[in-house]
Design a protein around this ligand. Structure first.
Ligand code: HAM
Length: 422
């Protein structure tokens, strides 16, 4: 076979018809759960000013430093394909006067994101996140409400996840912790990569995200953030854990969890699935009380998360969740070209009435058509032969039992609706 002239770009994925069943199920479940909790959907453009991420997410993060796709806007500045969703949502929050909306402002999104990462299963250069951002509330209750929403979503999909939580403290506590990390890593500076050296200067917290093999032992022995929390951060975190206990949401405190983006403070969390390796994070988030101000707004507490759609789909497959395409309610079968016209009119009417219908649009033998009705696992067939055509009737056949009876074409839809609802 001749090789296709074009292939998809490395790290990109087609979402084929067979993938769409699970995809739509995930999207729909997430949408229902967000809307039930009073959140409103938002979409932001794929392209943003690159500075939004450099400033908002942090220049020393892997996501911005190594993985961000940038392009020049015909000589008018540097744009980025958005590598994450939060900064764009904060930008639109400020640009569209949302700070004056009644608090909290709760938004959700389902968006493609782009990261120039090394592609492998569960890690793509275009992936999609199901995200939530809630602005204007600083209570531990808001953190737990947000975590519970993600937890409810996984549960409703039938996934058993494990939750890891940590606190990276107030912005002041983080500064003290960063100093401790700087002192700890400084003697090892000559061995560090260029990015790690940069991180040591600008944000040593990022050294803890490193996937470099020779860094793992150092990271393991590094000072832990929980020892640097101030009183109010400790109280905030204790209240989060208590509320999780009250709701019966299981968790592990992971003192090494710092998340890979600079904007977080206080509570951070991550959901893991059963698949192992560096792609085991099914989603994560946390509080980011400084970001709105950093991007030009008034100080505004905020909390949110992003869940990886592709990884959730892989997890559903890995744990044996089979989602099947909707089976047709009825297959319309005909004999001859006059009956074909009547069959088309009938099938359009059935579709108008909201039934799921299939019809062969090229002339085929009745045997072929019935074979296809079985292949598609249609529940019923409506058969129009020469005799039925003259009598304005069709034979309604139950394809499971083989029972059949004549029905008036005009009443076929009504009759099917009754049968399908019983
Ligand atoms: P993140 O941890 O970078 O957070 O990404 C969230 C989730 O997106 C990950 O847990 C993973 O499931 C999925 N993901 C990330 N990168 C890839 C990739 N290359 N391929 C496939 N899936 C991927 C954020 O992006 C934050 N904006 C989340 C957030 C919202 N925090 C507060 N609000």
């Amino acid at each position: 076979m001749a090789k296709n002239q074009f292939q998809k770009v490395r790290g990109m994925q087609d979402i084929l018809p067979a993938d769409q069943i699970a995809w739509q199920h995930i999207v729909q479940t997430f949408t229902e759960i967000c809307e039930a909790a009073g959140l409103s959907r938002i979409s932001t453009p794929i392209l943003e000013d690159a500075q939004l991420f450099i400033r908002g997410v942090g220049e020393a993060t892997e996501v911005v430093h190594k993985e961000m796709y940038t392009l020049t806007d015909r000589g008018k500045g540097v744009l980025a394909l958005k590598p994450e969703g939060t900064a764009g949502v904060v930008r639109t929050y400020l640009e569209n006067g949302m700070p004056s909306w009644p608090k909290p402002v709760g938004l959700f999104y389902i968006e493609p994101l782009f990261r120039y990462d090394r592609p492998q299963e569960g890690r793509y250069r275009q992936h999609h996140q199901l995200g939530v951002e809630i602005f204007g509330v600083d209570s531990p209750t808001a953190d737990v409400h947000t975590i519970a929403l993600a937890n409810r979503f996984y549960t409703r999909l039938g996934l058993a996840t494990s939750l890891q939580v940590n606190s990276i403290g107030s912005l002041e506590a983080r500064k003290r912790y960063q100093e401790a990390l700087r002192d700890y890593f400084k003697p090892h500076e000559p061995k560090l990569t260029d990015l790690a050296k940069k991180q040591l200067g600008s944000n040593p917290l990022r050294l803890l995200d490193s996937k470099e093999a020779n860094m793992q032992e150092l990271i393991e022995k590094a000072p832990q953030i929980l020892d640097y929390l101030d009183k109010s951060s400790k109280e905030h975190f204790a209240a989060v854990l208590e509320a999780l206990d009250d709701l019966g949401i299981g968790y592990d405190v992971n003192p090494r969890l710092v998340r890979g983006l600079d904007y977080y403070n206080q509570t951070v969390f991550e959901f893991k699935g059963t698949r192992q390796g560096s792609q085991d994070s099914l989603g994560g988030g946390g509080r980011y009380d400084g970001l709105v101000e950093l991007l030009g707004g008034q100080p505004t507490p905020a909390v949110g998360f992003g869940l990886g759609l592709e990884r959730i789909k892989l997890e559903l497959e890995a744990t044996g969740h089979k989602l099947e395409a909707q089976k047709p309610d009825v297959y319309v079968v005909y004999l001859g070209s006059e009956a074909q016209k009547a069959a088309l009119t009938l099938s359009e009417k059935l579709l108008d009435d909201g039934l799921s219908v299939r019809i062969d649009l090229t002339t085929k033998t009745m045997k072929d058509q019935l074979a296809r009705a079985s292949k598609f696992e249609a529940k019923y067939a409506l058969i129009i032969g020469e005799t039925e055509l003259k009598a304005k009737k069709a034979i309604l056949k139950d394809l499971k039992t083989g029972n059949q009876e004549p029905v008036d074409v005009a009443k076929a839809s009504e009759k099917l609706a009754v049968l399908l609802s019983s």
